[in-house]
Write a protein that binds this ligand. Structure first.
Ligand code: AHR
Length: 321
């Protein structure tokens, strides 16, 4: 195109007009994500929070973050406040599976898309959320069960198992129990002689293991803990009872956090099934995709592994959480 005096003047005019606009009006509006976290109950959860915060920063997304201290009512309050603030997307990791329909219907009525991360809800209406991203907890339980049945396949006589469950009513506690039982039930020698919640914390894991040891002591052959933190607490209880963890009692747990690797390297934990907390980058892409009108799969499953103590020292340097 030939540039004449007129086009040049109008181009310069537009440029000087733009120059007069406030910078904020020119910059693209930042997306706002409201995230209602479960709490800070475990090493896993701390890594999950860190992953979400750093990924939001990296993606240029404004994050409104709340910690529910493992209480459903706090999470519901946080979600309601995000609705009132008209955030672009709400994400949360439900502390328990049930009781979410009312608040999720409120988000739907306000046209705010919801993403479930890490844990799912138990609802008949799956239009209440866009996608659920996170681990397959039933499969994690199966992996724990398969590792145990293989290790003890030649063992004669009963294998007495004590189980430290996660938070009552939470998806990982329900599913990890289900998957583990599904595998061990194939051989009646595997018996769960005690099962109680340790609420996914070290302190509770220790306390409940002390009670198990008091009741059954040397009868216990295996500890199945639904997370590493409870296993680490239980290891302390086992040592204080004068027994050798991972030798006198075989210990299986879930998460694969650094603390578990340290315990495995020290010969105190037999195996940890991986459950990745690094969901931040995936969540931020989902937020952007949703706002761009893209359709996401209803379920995004994290790919994970299992780490027996024999590989712990080799794997440790590359662990990210
Ligand atoms: O939902 C994931 C579980 O929650 C992790 O296994 C546990 O450590 C956490 O508290």
């Amino acid at each position: 195109m030939a540039i004449n005096r007129r086009t040049l003047t109008s181009a310069l005019g537009a440029a000087s007009l733009i120059g007069m606009l406030p910078v904020a009006a020119l910059a693209q509006k930042k997306l706002v994500l409201g995230f209602a976290q479960v709490g800070a109950e475990s090493e896993w959860r701390t890594a999950n929070t860190e992953s979400i915060k750093s990924a939001a920063k990296e993606a240029g997304i404004e994050l409104k973050f709340s910690d529910a201290q493992q209480k459903q009512e706090n999470q519901i309050k946080a979600i309601r406040s995000y609705i009132a603030q008209k955030v672009d997307v709400i994400a949360f990791s439900p502390v328990v599976e049930t009781g979410w329909d009312t608040v999720l219907l409120e988000a739907k009525a306000a046209k705010i898309p919801v993403v479930l991360t890490d844990r799912s809800v138990n609802s008949k209406d799956n239009s209440l959320y866009v996608t659920f991203m996170g681990s397959d907890f039933v499969e994690e339980g199966r992996k724990a069960g398969r590792w145990l049945t293989e290790k003890m396949k030649d063992q004669k006589g009963d294998v007495n198992i004590v189980e430290l469950q996660g938070t009552v009513g939470s998806a990982p506690a329900i599913d990890r129990k289900k998957g583990f039982e599904e595998i061990i039930k194939a051989d009646p020698k595997f018996k769960i002689i005690r099962s109680q919640t340790g609420d996914f914390t070290r302190a509770k894991g220790k306390e409940v293991m002390e009670a198990f040891l008091k009741a059954d002591g040397k009868k216990i052959n295996v500890l199945y803990a639904h997370n590493d933190d409870m296993a680490i607490g239980a290891i302390q209880a086992i040592e204080e009872a004068g027994m050798k963890p991972a030798t006198d009692i075989t210990i299986i747990s879930i998460d694969g956090v650094k603390g578990a690797f340290e315990a495995m390297i020290a010969g105190k934990l037999n195996v940890s099934v991986e459950c990745s907390p690094l969901l931040g980058p995936q969540l931020m892409s989902a937020v952007k995709d949703i706002k761009a009108g893209k359709t996401l799969p209803k379920r995004i499953v994290t790919v994970e592994s299992i780490f027996p103590m024999e590989v712990a020292a080799k794997e440790f340097p590359s662990r990210k959480y």
